[in-house]
Design a binder for this molecule. Structure first.
Ligand code: TXA
Ligand code: MG
Length: 348
C-alpha cells in the first residue's frame, strides 16, 4: 500500500518529511511536489535506488535522471570542471525551474546518468522538495512521477493514478505552480544549449550569460536531427486519442475545428477540443476544455497535462487543439503539445 502524506498543502510538516527522508535513505521511492511537476525521488548516489525509478516508471535505462539539490555547495560533490556560468545561473535562477548539464564526478553512479559522463542538476523552488532533499541525504534523483509516456503529473492524484502499488510514498503538496518541466541547459557545449525549453526562456538565460543556443534536434519537426537530451526523443506526454494541432488565423481555426468535430459526431464518436477562455464558447460539437486565458500564459502551461489526462478519462475519439504561441513560455508549451500530437499539425 502506498502512503499518501496529505498534510503538507499548507506548509512543511517536519514529522512527515522525516518519515519520507528515512524512506529515501533506505533506498525507497517517494513522490513529491516541485514547482514544475511532481517528481519521483530516490537517493541519486545509490545505484540500486536509481534503478528502482526506471522500473517503477517503465523508463528506458538510457534516459538519465536529474539530481536535485538544496544548496549551491552540494554541487561540488557531484560535478567537476564547472564553467563560471553555472554560478551565475544559480544566483539568477536557483531555486527555480532550471536544470544544468555539467560534467559528473565519480560520486554519481552511471545508473543515475544513464551511462553518461555528464549529470543534470537542479535546485527546485518548493519548500517541501527542499526539506525532503535535505532529509534524504542531499541528492535526490527525480524524473517526473508519471508512467513513462504519460503526461507529467501536476497534482498528487495524477501520481497515485500511475504509481499506486509501485512506490512507497507520495507527499501531497497540492497543485504545482508552473506545470511544465524545467528548462534544461547544457553547459558542456562550447555555446550553452537549451535541450528542453521551459519557464526560463532563451532570452532570460541570454541576459545572464550571453549567447545561448536551442538544440537543433528540438527545432526539427522530423526525426532527422536527434535531440541531445535522451528523453526528448521518446513520444511523450501522449494522450490515448490522436491529437491534432490546428494552426492559422483564429476564425479559420474555429471553422476548421467545428467542421472536423461535426464529421466526428456524425460518425457516432465524441471528439475533444482544447480551447481558451476566449474561444471555448465557439465550439458546439465536442467536449471542450479551456486551457486558460490567452492573456495569462502561466495558466495555459499549468493546465496542459491535466487536460490531456482528463481526455484520457473521458475516452474521446480524437482531440483538436488550438496552438499557443505565447511570449515567454510559448516554446515550452508548443514543444510539449507538438510531442503529444506526434507533430500532427493541420494548417488552415
Ligand atoms: O522539472 C523537472 O525537471 C522535473 C522535476 C521533477 O524536477 N523533472 C523532470 O525529469 O522532468 P525527467 O526525467 O522527466 O526529464 C529529465 C530530462 C530527460 O529528457 C533526460 O533525457 C534529460 O533530462 N537529461 C538528464 N540528464 C541528462 C544529461 N546528462 N544529458 C542530457 N540530458 C539529460
Ligand atoms: Mg518526464
Amino acid at each position: 500500500m502506498i502512503t499518501v502524506l496529505e498534510d503538507m498543502r499548507d506548509g512543511v510538516c517536519e514529522d512527515g518529511i522525516c518519515r519520507a527522508g528515512e524512506v529515501l535513505r533506505r533506498g525507497g521511492l517517494v513522490a513529491f511536489p516541485t514547482e514544475t511537476v511532481y517528481g519521483l525521488g530516490a537517493d541519486a548516489l545509490d545505484a540500486g535506488a536509481s534503478a528502482k525509478i526506471y522500473q517503477a516508471k517503465g523508463r528506458p535505462s538510457d534516459n538519465p535522471l536529474i539530481v536535485h539539490i538544496a544548496d549551491w555547495e552540494a554541487i561540488e560533490r557531484i560535478t567537476v570542471d564547472r564553467p563560471a556560468q553555472a554560478k551565475l545561473l544559480s544566483d539568477a535562477f536557483w531555486p527555480g525551474p532550471l536544470t544544468m548539464i555539467l560534467r559528473k564526478s565519480a560520486a554519481v553512479p552511471y545508473a543515475t546518468t544513464g551511462g553518461l559522463d555528464t549529470v543534470a542538476v537542479r535546485m527546485p523552488d518548493n519548500p517541501i522538495a527542499l526539506a525532503l532533499i535535505r532529509a534524504g541525504g542531499g541528492y535526490i534523483a527525480a524524473p517526473s512521477a508519471n508512467t513513462s509516456g504519460r503526461p507529467s503529473p501536476t497534482m498528487a492524484q495524477h501520481v497515485a493514478e500511475d504509481m499506486d502499488g509501485v512506490i512507497d510514498m507520495i507527499i501531497d503538496g497540492g497543485p504545482v505552480s508552473i506545470g511544465l518541466e524545467s528548462t534544461i541547459l547544457d553547459l558542456t557545449e562550447e555555446t550553452p544549449t537549451i535541450l528542453r525549453p521551459g519557464f526560463i526562456s532563451q532570452e532570460m538565460l541570454r541576459e545572464v550569460i550571453g549567447p545561448v543556443e536551442m538544440d537543433r534536434g528540438l527545432l526539427a519537426a522530423d526525426s532527422s536531427v536527434r535531440p541531445k537530451a535522451p528523453g526528448m526523443k521518446y513520444r511523450h506526454y501522449a494522450p490515448r486519442a490522436p491529437l491534432f494541432i490546428v494552426e492559422g488565423d483564429r476564425e479559420k481555426v474555429q471553422e476548421k475545428i467545428n467542421a472536423l468535430t461535426t464529421l466526428e459526431r456524425e460518425s457516432g464518436r465524441m471528439p475533444g477540443v482544447i480551447a481558451t477562455d476566449e474561444t471555448s464558447g465557439s465550439y458546439a460539437h465536442a467536449i471542450v476544455e479551456s486551457i486558460g486565458s490567452r492573456a495569462d500564459e502561466r495558466s495555459i502551461a499549468r493546465h496542459l497535462y491535466a487536460i490531456l489526462r482528463e481526455f484520457d478519462r473521458l475516452e474521446v475519439s480524437v482531440i483538436y487543439s488550438e496552438s499557443f504561441e505565447t511570449p515567454q513560455m510559448g516554446p515550452a508549451i508548443m514543444n510539449r503539445l507538438m510531442k503529444a500530437a506526434g507533430h500532427q499539425v493541420i494548417c488552415v
